[in-house]
Design a protein around this ligand. Structure first.
Ligand code: DAH
Length: 336
């Protein structure tokens, strides 16, 4: 009988070892239930003498407990394996997020443009804009450069009119050669006092070289109010210089000529090492320009200034050739 119990035990453990989670419940009935081989052995115990019955009964109990434990173990194993499989299936490969991927940044000129806006906003200016395709009137005529004015020749203008006859006269269209036409648009759009800066893209028929591009950027400034003097202009340029370049920098105005300002000046920045840098043009808004903007020059006065944005980026980052900023060579761009 002991042998019979042992055989039933070995057979049961073999079946349990190779069964899956789903079949374990059924198996528990088959191996330990009323119709199991061990139940049959148990039914036969009564035929044994008392000593043999005790030994066989004890062995039977041990084997049944062993089989029940084996079923529990197998069930736990199957549950652990199922959990491991689910974790493996749901696992995210975090190395795919590549957190060290370079992120890119704004274009050098955009960076300079935005910093200039920030500084002027800090000085009390608001930002204005005008169209890149302008009329001859806004770009020249209203700025005191009527047809035949010699200063027009200094601008290598790109005309837009389809018919060559459209290119002449105040109604012709062109790509604006400077941001100064925004002065006129601002005066026509709002009542003084006016404090605006107008950054934007400008165009000139130029062959690209290390210091010139046919498309570049300027920022224009215009202040119109009662009682504006040259001291307001000089003070604003100085405040801008310190705010944008830093405390060690100062500015100066040098007499110059522009058709749209009278008097006119160029302004230079003095670096901490004592060297000078020419930055842009400025002056007191010409009475004819105020009139073109719909303002009475007896009542209102103003100053204006304008300078290049690309040059600010070139200086800031010591770019040797301005064209490098526009050819999209990643080896250049990545440096900033
Ligand atoms: N528009 C001029 C240019 O493109 C720059 C300039 C000079 C703007 C004097 C001004 C100014 O507002 O007052 O060369």
């Amino acid at each position: 009988m002991i042998d019979e119990i042992q055989r039933a035990r070995d057979a049961a453990l073999a079946v349990i070892g190779s069964s899956d989670d789903a079949s374990l419940d059924r198996l528990s009935g088959e191996l330990l239930g009323k119709k199991s081989a061990l139940a049959a052995v148990k039914a036969g115990l009564g035929r044994l003498d008392p000593d043999a019955r005790r030994t066989a009964g004890q062995a039977l109990n041990e084997v049944m407990a062993e089989i029940a434990a084996a079923i529990d173990d197998r069930r736990a194993q199957a549950a652990a394996a199922a959990l491991a499989a689910r974790i493996a299936a749901e696992q995210l490969d975090l190395t795919e997020a590549r957190p060290l991927q370079p992120r890119g940044h704004l274009h050098l000129v955009t960076q300079a443009w935005e910093r200039l806006e920030d500084v002027f906003i800090g000085l009390g200016f608001t930002v204005a804009e005008g169209p890149e395709v302008e009329t001859d009137w806004f770009n020249f005529e209203a700025l005191n450069m009527g047809e035949g004015h010699p200063a027009r020749g200094e601008f290598d203008t790109l005309f837009v009119g389809r018919d060559p006859s459209e290119q002449a006269g105040a109604s012709g269209t062109l790509l604006r050669t400077h941001t100064s036409p925004v002065q006129i648009r601002a005066m026509l759009a709002q009542e003084p006092p006016i404090h605006i800066v107008a950054p934007g893209r400008v165009f000139r028929r130029d062959t690209p070289d290390a210091t010139h591009m046919p498309v570049f950027h300027q920022i224009e400034g215009l202040v119109v109010d009662r009682g504006i003097t040259m001291a307001d202009l000089a003070g604003t340029i100085e405040a801008f210089t310190r705010a944008f370049f830093g405390e060690g920098f100062t500015s100066r105005l040098r007499p110059s000529y522009f058709p749209f300002t009278e008097p006119s000046a160029e302004f230079d920045i003095r670096r901490p090492d004592g060297s000078w840098l020419e930055l842009g043009g400025c002056g007191m808004v010409h009475p004819d320009v105020l009139r073109a903007g719909g303002l009475d020059p007896e009542e209102w006065g103003g100053f204006a200034f304008g300078f290049g944005i690309d040059r600010m980026a070139v200086m800031r980052h010591a770019v040797a050739d301005i064209r490098d900023m526009y050819v999209n060579d990643i080896r250049f761009i990545e440096q900033f």
